[in-house]
Design a binder for this molecule. Structure first.
Ligand SMILES: Nc1nc(=O)c2c([nH]1)NC[C@@H]1CN(c3ccc(C(=O)N[C@@H](CCC(=O)O)C(=O)O)cc3)C=[N+]21
Ligand SMILES: [Mg+2]
Length: 285
């Protein structure tokens, strides 16, 4: 048996199309500012793809590039300026930051109403307590993918591999809010393979190339691969051994072309949501 491939590129394109229509009905361009300090290679592709997608959807989007040697106070000043700018609806500070800057301090300084990454403790707390807030883009994108692929979530046994604040924890919260039975497993879990094999929905978000083997996948499972790992030979692979897992899964996301494009589409969606909420817009339909 070979799994159905969940086409994240196509789902993201459809979502971006709906967002473009929503934006054109607003009568103003939601503003997004991405701040990048230094030249971390992991964020390069992301920034380029995001700029292109944001402009196409009709957002007023710009990347502010700061030198690697930027100090924490300087970055905090910029965040304060963006917080105060009424034309800015969304602020995203690219991670990782250079070592002289404490990321948690910077994330805490972003106005939660403009925190389109959903990384501020206020938004994390809103998600954890079932209140409306801005939801991290990658796990939000995964929920869109599951819906688009018609994967039943309510009552399903879901296993999240990885417990980061950026993906694992918010992913678990969203699956739980959608009535899945959620298990979070991680590097200290005893018998990871066994725990993963119990999953009807497996979300892999550990950042280790092809760590999830074919025999970790239950027959008929849905496999969502959040990992984007660059191999020494330049190839891009996920956290899952795609070819082997495809022999067991019923549905699986590829890398590239799976979760990655959804992260970008959801960043645009969050920017539109932030604009609508902040400006008190009433949308038709
Ligand atoms: N504050 C912050 N928020 C982030 O969301 C954030 C960040 N910092 N720092 C860097 C990582 C990385 N990231 C990606 C998102 C989409 C793709 C993506 O679209 N990938 C495509 C193409 C990949 C390629 O061709 O290289 C795909 O998977 O198909 C990649 C990487 C967001 N990040
Ligand atoms: Mg770990």
């Amino acid at each position: 048996m070979s799994a159905r491939i969940i086409d994240g590129k196509a789902v993201a394109e459809a979502l971006r199309g709906r967002l473009a229509e929503r934006v054109s009905a607003l009568g103003f361009r939601p503003g997004l500012r991405v701040v990048r300090v230094g030249e971390d290679p992991a964020s390069g592709v992301y920034v380029r793809n995001k700029d292109r997608a944001a402009l196409k959807a009709g957002l007023d989007s710009a990347t502010i590039q700061l030198p690697e040697a930027t100090g924490e106070a300087e970055l905090l000043d910029l965040v304060a300026k963006l917080n105060a700018d009424p034309a800015v609806d969304g602020i995203l500070v690219q991670l990782p930051l250079p070592r002289q800057i404490e990321a948690v301090k910077v994330l805490a300084a972003i106005d939660p109403a403009k925190d389109v990454d959903g990384f501020h403790a206020m938004n994390a707390g809103m998600l954890a307590t079932g209140q409306r807030g801005l939801v991290p883009c990658t796990p939000k994108g995964v929920m869109h993918l599951l819906a688009a692929a018609r994967i039943p979530v309510a009552g399903a046994r879901a296993v999240v591999l990885g417990r980061s604040n950026i993906v694992g924890k918010p992913m678990a919260a969203l699956l739980l809010a959608a009535d899945a039975t959620v298990t979070v497993v991680h590097s200290r879990t005893r018998d990871l393979a066994h725990e993963c094999r119990r999953a009807e929905i497996l979300v892999a978000a550990v950042g280790r190339a092809e760590m999830v083997k074919g025999d970790w996948i239950a027959e008929g499972a849905t496999v969502i691969d959040v990992g984007i790992n660059r191999l020494p030979d330049g190839r891009l692979v996920g956290d899952v051994d795609f070819a082997a897992a495809s022999q067991h899964a019923a549905a699986i996301t590829p890398v590239p072309g799976g979760v990655g494009p959804m992260t970008i589409a959801c960043l645009l969606e969050n920017t539109v949501e932030a604009a609508v909420a902040r400006r008190g817009v009433r949308e038709a339909g």
